[in-house]
Design a protein around this ligand. Structure first.
Ligand code: DX5
Ligand code: ZN
Length: 221
């Protein structure tokens, strides 16, 4: 069983106490903080932007893994870099110039990620593999937490792992990850799991220690 990184999505946290929620989940053993940014245009929901991320930055040293569900994304990349994001992921569907977006992220000194919606074929990224640090496979249609894992994601994860080959690219899965679905994703080759509702159920560091541990054990087998 290979080690898996657990990235709680604060979309499922208490928005009135986000700083504490970030600190508590890291104290409970989480590896990264997953930040879901939604614009009400690329996805049918609005969440938060760079000002909120910047305010959260002092609460932890953990990697800030920023998932931009916004279109177009390019004009906002400097603001998310400045806010303290370590990884900035754009959607392949969010604009016509994915290669330029990835280069812009790396030029800002950040790790560059690309995300694919469930219906988007892997071929969308085959020509940018050397410009990437992370691939985020959506296992739900983005926009909301608490949805069900789409079964076809498992085969897509396996094909993505094969496409990556020996490149140093993280393979992350997002949506409907629970102790039941986590092993499907990791056996197919994912090494980073996003989870919102499965981790932020209950409240406080003691609850989060249980949900993080349970997910990690399920994922690592
Ligand atoms: C969906 C977001 C996910 C979401 C995951 O648009 O990208 O990160 O918060 O939530 P759960 O784990 O509840 O499916
Ligand atoms: Zn996400």
């Amino acid at each position: 069983s290979q080690p898996v990184l657990i990235a709680p999505s604060i979309l499922a946290a208490d928005f009135a106490r986000l700083g504490d929620e970030v600190r508590d989940v890291v104290d409970a053993g989480a590896d990264w903080i997953h930040l879901d940014v939604m614009d009400g245009h690329f996805v049918p929901n609005i969440s938060f932007g760079p000002a909120v991320i910047k305010a959260l930055r002092p609460y932890t040293k953990a990697v800030f893994d920023c998932h931009l569900m916004i279109a177009p994304a390019d004009n906002f990349l400097p603001a998310f870099a400045d806010a303290g994001c370590d990884i900035i992921t754009v959607h392949a569907e969010a604009g016509p110039h994915l290669h330029r977006s990835l280069q812009s992220i790396r030029a800002l000194g950040k790790k560059a990620g690309v995300s694919l919606n469930p219906a988007t074929p892997l071929s969308a990224i085959e020509h940018v593999l050397d410009d990437l640090d992370l691939i985020l496979i959506m296992s739900v249609n983005p926009g909301f937490g608490g949805q069900k894992y789409i079964p076809s994601a498992t085969d897509k994860i396996a094909k993505t792992r094969a496409l990556i080959g020996n490149r140093p690219i993280d393979l992350e899965v997002d949506g409907g990850i629970t102790p039941e679905t986590a092993p499907l994703a990791t056996k197919a080759g994912a090494n980073v799991l996003v989870a919102g509702s499965a981790i932020y159920k209950g409240r406080g560091v003691d609850d989060y220690r249980k949900t993080v541990d349970t997910l990690r054990q399920a994922a690592e087998g």
